[in-house]
Design a protein around this ligand. Structure first.
Ligand code: SAH
Length: 257
């Protein structure tokens, strides 16, 4: 890879970070959904250890921390997100038990059987659902929980346009029963699954982006990387409106055997 490519890549990376840093969340979800998923976790106390993988700026982490006891470590690849995460923890008065560190979900800094709960909203796709479930299991105590949200098909067949879009974006998107089988095969009891409601995509994710996109395009007017990024995000939102009965995010909650 030439230096020029590295710089272009760096620049794209910075732009994506900047764009999403302004948002409360970096993926579809809502406080109500986080609280609902947390309702299935019954093994926690003030000494519990929890990890939120691909935590972003921590929207869901702060909600989780307000509803479950224990210490939470947020991990994200983007240092800028982690800076904001730690500022959020201070603002919410949660910084004594909620800490963010920069790191990768494929190289976690935990010991075997150290964690009581692994949380990951809209982020496991970065290493893939099956790989994440299999690799992260060792860090959980026996009886510990995993709770992840993941893009899933609602039907066994769907229109070609949306199938092609998703297979290009994330080819491990699959039906809910297939994901549940994968969870079981990875060594968990599938405790619960539920489809996250439509407002997690609209009110909490795409709608706030409309204003953010205008400001971003004004700031980076004429910049092709910025324009391409916004075009892609607009297409994604448009396709969601058109095909939302065929796919969405689903919470999968499992208990380590
Ligand atoms: N959980 C947050 C963010 C979801 S977006 C929310 O629901 O709002 C996906 C996040 O995964 C981004 O913050 C991105 O920076 C992070 N990410 C991407 N690859 C990663 C990796 N290898 N390890 C850790 N985090 C990663």
């Amino acid at each position: 890879m030439s230096n020029q490519n590295i710089n272009v890549h760096d620049f794209q990376f910075k732009l994506i970070c900047e764009y999403f840093s302004a948002a409360e969340r970096q993926g579809p979800g809502s406080p109500e959904t986080t609280i609902k998923a947390a309702g299935f976790i019954d093994n926690l106390n003030s000494g519990s250890k929890i990890a939120d993988l691909g935590c972003g700026t921590g929207g869901q982490t702060m909600t989780l921390a307000q509803h479950v006891p224990g210490e939470i470590t947020g991990i994200d690849l983007f240092p800028d997100f982690i800076d904001l995460f730690n500022k959020n923890a201070v603002n919410w008065g949660l910084d004594k038990r909620v800490k963010g560190i920069t790191g990768s979900m494929d190289d976690l800094p935990f010991k075997d059987e150290e964690l009581d709960l692994i949380w990951s909203e809209g982020a496991i796709y970065n290493i893939g659902f099956e790989r994440g479930l299999n690799e992260w299991r060792r860090y959980l105590k026996k009886g510990g929980y995993i709770a992840v949200s993941e893009a899933s098909w609602f039907t066994t067949e769907r229109p070609a346009e949306i199938e092609t879009f998703w297979l290009d974006a994330y080819n491990q998107i699959d039906t809910i029963p297939n994901k549940v089988l994968q969870m079981q095969a990875a060594g968990y009891v599938p405790v619960a699954t539920f489809v996250i409601p439509e407002n997690c995509w609209t009110d909490h994710f795409y709608t706030p982006q409309i204003e953010a996109q205008k400001n971003f395009l004004a700031k980076y007017s004429g910049n092709k990387t910025a324009e391409d990024l916004i075009s892609y995000l607009k297409l994604e939102a448009e396709l969601y409106g058109k095909y939302k009965e065929y796919y969405g995010y689903v919470f999968y909650i499992g208990k380590r055997i």
